[in-house]
Design a protein around this ligand. Structure first.
Ligand SMILES: [Zn+2]
Ligand SMILES: [Zn+2]
Length: 236
C-alpha cells in the first residue's frame, strides 16, 4: 500500500495542472474554498430555536417544535444557504467537485466542537435513493459524513439508513406540508448499526427539516439512543 502514495501524489499534481483548484466563492486559484471566502461564509447566528435552529426573537423552542417535537434532539448548521455557502453546496452536489467535502467537513467539525453539546458514537448520512445516486455517482451527504468520520475518529454507518421508496426531488415537490408528507416513512434504519447508539446525522442543507425529522424517526425506531443532525447550511 505504501508504494501507492507517491503515485497518488503524482496523480494529484497532474490533476492540479489539468484542473487547477479554483475557489467556488470568488474564483481565485489555489483552493476550492479560499481563506477569505471561508471567513466570510454567512453564519446562521443565534438567537434560534435550540431544537430546529429556526431563527427566533429569543433562544427558546419555536411554536412548531413546542407543538410537535421533532425526532431529533437538535439540528445545527453553521451557515445560511446563501452566498459562498450556497455555491459550495451546489458545487459539491452538481459539479462533481468532491474535493470540496474536505474543507466543508472541516468547517462543520469546528462548529460542532464549538457548540459543545453534541455527543455521538456513530455518523449516518442522509441517503439519496438508489436511482438518483446511480445517476450522480455519489451522495454528497455521504462525502461530508466520510470526512467527518475521519476528523472525529467515529465510525460511519454507510448502510445504517436507506430510502424505503423513491421520493420526488425536494425542488419539485411543492409546499412544506407536501414535502413533509412525502418524506414521512421514506427511510428505514438498520438496527444492527444504530441500536443503542447516539447518532450524528449528516446532510448538506436543511430546508424545512422534514427530511432530517423523517431520518431521525427511522433511526429512533431502529433503537438509536439519540439523534443530532448537522448540516453545512440551512435555509432560514
Ligand atoms: Zn474565495
Ligand atoms: Zn423549533
Amino acid at each position: 500500500m505504501v508504494g501507492f502514495a507517491p503515485l497518488a501524489r503524482v496523480g494529484q499534481a497532474v490533476l492540479d495542472v489539468l484542473f487547477p483548484s479554483r475557489c467556488v466563492g470568488c474564483g481565485a486559484y489555489g483552493a476550492f474554498l479560499c481563506q477569505s471566502c471561508r471567513a466570510e461564509l454567512p453564519r446562521a447566528r443565534p438567537p434560534r430555536c435550540p431544537i430546529c435552529w429556526q431563527p427566533q426573537p429569543q433562544s427558546a423552542p419555536c411554536g412548531r417544535c413546542r407543538k410537535e417535537r421533532p425526532a431529533f434532539e437538535g439540528a445545527r448548521s453553521p451557515y445560511l444557504y446563501e452566498g459562498a455557502a450556497r455555491e459550495a453546496v451546489h458545487a459539491l452536489k452538481y459539479s462533481y467537485l468532491s474535493a470540496l467535502a474536505q474543507p466543508m467537513a472541516q468547517l462543520m467539525a469546528r462548529y460542532v466542537e464549538e457548540e459543545g453539546a453534541i455527543e455521538a458514537d456513530l455518523l449516518v448520512a442522509v441517503p439519496l435513493y438508489g436511482r438518483r445516486q446511480r445517476l450522480r455517482g455519489y451522495n454528497q451527504s455521504a462525502l461530508l459524513a466520510r470526512e467527518l468520520s475521519r476528523l472525529y475518529g467515529l465510525p460511519l454507518a454507510e448502510r445504517g439508513l436507506a430510502r424505503r421508496r423513491n421520493t420526488p426531488s425536494q425542488a419539485r415537490s411543492g409546499d412544506a406540508e407536501a414535502r413533509r408528507r412525502n418524506v414521512t416513512d421514506a427511510f428505514i434504519a438498520d438496527r444492527r448499526w444504530v441500536e443503542g447508539k447516539r447518532v450524528l446525522l449528516i446532510d448538506d442543507v436543511m430546508t424545512t427539516g422534514a427530511t432530517l425529522d423523517a431520518c431521525a424517526r427511522a433511526l429512533r425506531q431502529a433503537g438509536a439512543a439519540s439523534v443530532w443532525a448537522v448540516t453545512f447550511a440551512r435555509e432560514d
